[in-house]
Design a protein around this ligand. Structure first.
Ligand code: SF4
Length: 401
């Protein structure tokens, strides 16, 4: 797996995005749709995402830009819609306008990220009536000290109330996001947050080690991956005792339920909005991070391109396989169908990983072993620092021009 990590970061990490507009967007099957709502009412100290200060006028005008951008693509239907941010719920009416206008073109679920301060029963009911099926509550922690450390603008009681409201509203899926930072807090803090969340019975709990991105201040400390791996083993044990299973690298889902809440459940996706990424199986592209550039390009009827990478089939296949394994399973038939040439090269790579004890296989799928999860945890952090962080840094610098 480490060879795969080195290969991955060598190929992706040192690549620089090419400028210009990529040719078309032609996925081999209907893609997922991602919408980036960048507006936040308050900025958290750890946050690496591309965002802008909230104002009603800016948020309202943004909907027209999103729809104009969508009209540039010849994609009639999407498998799912995921609205992330930023804070998509900063203006619930704007969010409902988006979901209502797109519902007829979405085959499966509509999922949105919800800030705890926007999760009153009335607002959540509005979202449900607007066609939203899945919600993810950005609780992050139930420790006041940890919330202060992450620079959140809400209290632990707001996070608790938000989760309870979401569970009682009756969405098809409720996810709760938690984050932990072992450089500052003991494992007991995340274990206590996790237990409290289990007691509120959401469908899924996502637990993330805090990543220390460039341009987010002085938080440059190394990860202790061994300590993090121990935390995930403890979380898994507690989850299993409470009737949950580990459904992907960093998520836990109630036993007997097949739904999972994730922004990356689709192999191919179209991203709308500033900084949104798209992948059609051969081109990975990102939009501009500048609101001004975004609005100007769309005014001229052009795609608001920020940069793109053309990927050979093997790289596309590795990219796809990476996220499939992150989600828990790599289905062989699907890889063979989508990447026929690369599948022949991937097979021996997977066989090496099987011999190394990182994966187990039957003729249908490949899954991570316990050892593989630990290796993959390191790989995921490596990809974040070697690929995603430099990419976001470049994008933010573009924004500040
Ligand atoms: S973590 Fe969420 S709410 Fe906080 S600044 Fe980032 S996008 Fe905004």
């Amino acid at each position: 797996m480490l060879q795969l990590a080195k290969l991955f970061s060598l190929l992706f990490g040192r690549s620089r995005l090419q400028g210009g507009t990529p040719d078309g967007f032609s996925p081999p099957e209907p893609p997922g749709l991602y919408i980036h709502m960048p507006f936040c009412k308050s900025f958290c100290s750890f946050c690496p995402y591309i965002k802008a200060p909230f104002s009603q006028a800016a948020s309202g005008g943004y909907v027209d830009l999103l729809l104009r951008e969508l009209s540039l693509y010849n994609t009639p239907v999407f498998t799912s819609l995921y609205v992330g941010g930023g804070t998509p719920t900063a203006d619930i009416d704007v969010l409902c306008e988006i979901t209502e206008r797109l519902r007829a073109r979405i085959n499966n679920e509509i999922a949105v990220e919800v800030h705890p301060l926007d999760a009153s029963c009335t607002s959540l009911e509005k979202l449900k009536s607007g066609g939203v099926d899945y919600v993810s509550i950005g609780a992050q922690s139930f420790s006041e000290e940890a919330l202060r450390h992450f620079g959140r603008n809400h209290r632990a009681s707001d996070a608790r109330e938000a989760v309870r409201n979401a569970v009682s509203t009756g969405f098809k899926a409720v996810d709760v996001d938690l984050v932990f930072d072992l450089a500052v807090f003991s494992p007991e803090v995340v274990m206590s947050d996790f237990t409290e969340t289990l007691n509120m019975n959401p469908l899924q709990i996502s637990v993330y080690p805090m990543m220390r991105f460039g341009l987010t201040g002085d938080m440059k400390k190394r990860h202790d991956w061994r300590a993090e791996a121990t935390v995930f083993s403890m979380l898994e044990e507690r989850a299993v005792n409470a009737g949950y299973k580990r459904s992907s690298l960093w998520t836990f889902t109630a036993e007997g339920r097949e739904e999972t809440y994730s922004s990356i459940t689709r192999p191919f996706f179209l991203g709308l909005g500033i900084s949104a990424a798209s992948f059609d199986g051969s081109i990975f592209s990102v939009n501009t991070s500048s609101l001004e550039h975004y609005s100007r390009s769309l005014g001229e009827g052009k795609r608001p391109a920020g940069g793109h990478l053309k990927l050979k089939q093997l790289l596309s296949c590795l990219y796809y396989s990476f996220w499939a394994l992150y989600r828990g399973r790599l289905p062989h038939e699907e890889v063979r169908r989508l990447f026929p040439k690369a599948w022949r090269m991937l097979k021996p790579l997977l066989a090496i990983q099987r011999i190394a004890g990182n994966v187990y296989q039957d003729s249908y799928e490949t899954k991570l072993t316990e050892k593989g999860r630990i290796t993959f945890h390191r790989l995921e952090e490596g990809v974040t620092y070697k690929f995603i962080d430099p990419l976001w840094t470049e994008m933010k610098l573009e924004k500040n021009l």
